[in-house]
Design a protein around this ligand. Sequence first.
Ligand SMILES: [Zn+2]
Length: 357
Amino acid sequence: MARSGAVPAALLALLLAACSGVDRPGVPATGAEKQEARRLLQAGAIPRNRQLDEAGQHASLARVVRHIRPAAHRVCQRMRGANCGAILTRSPIRSRNREINAHVDGSHRVTMNAGLLSAAGSDEEIAAVLAHEYGHVIADHVDKRMGDAGVGALGGLLAGTLVGAVICDRSDSDCMGDMAHTGGSMGLGIGALAYSRQHELEADYYSALILAEAGVPLEAGERMLMRLARTKEGRDGGYGPLGMAMARTHPANDERIARWIANRRALQYALSTGLRTDAALASEARRRALESGAAETRWANPGTGHSGVISVKKRWRSAEGLACVRYGWKSWQAAGRAGTGGEETACRTAGGPWRVR
Ligand SMILES: [Zn+2]
């Protein structure tokens, strides 16, 4: 038997965390946005739910599908997402389930529960959930989830064997076997759990992109996330709108809402300036970061889905009297592809242009 259960478990968790190198799409939330999200969760007002009857639910879902489906298809094609065809061929359906939930099945069909349709406060909130589910379709999460659980198990098996080699007597083959087995099953759990939290944040970001494409006000997403957080399932840990009632597969409510707010603001900024390219948005964000005095400036492109952040590390006046700023920049591609980053210093004379040193 293993001599200590606690040490290898912690070590395994660390090793597995190091294995999952998937970048989060969209921009991270600032501390202020996290506070704002917690405040909204405690005291934010949301409109009353509509308590639609069956006919009302069917009518509302039909209106939302007519509006959201073409937008989701355009976003899918533009971002070279997965299963774009399924968005057009598989019509979302309503189930009579009273749980406030929705899900995507293996054929990429979205099911919206009666409980959810009845609890929503508006068509826009239903649109936010449908767009979130299409996010899972576009990012191919249903297929990936099974693969990720397998990758986690393999990583865990390897980590367990390594830990076993360190802590077990060489002659004790039971101990080695136990460690490998423990590692494998922990990895299976951790792999599926870690990735599905990631998937929820990714689907939320796609939801925002789809709503922006459809011209639906992005604030609808916050309202729906707040509403979900106040349901029984939500209070238990932020399950959110995907039907995985088996574990806490969803990020905490405040983390989700904070990220939604961060991405909404970045996308709304792009929409309001009319800047279309990543280069223009990143350079405008850099200009604002250098001039505004803000610690962090984010950008997100509703067209490409790419995003980035400029974080100011230090401001000072040089010996020659130049104003200088040291800042880091990072950018992310949509669909979890690897991002890039770096650090630079820019200086300028009073009123002159910024020059990178
Ligand atoms: Zn989901």
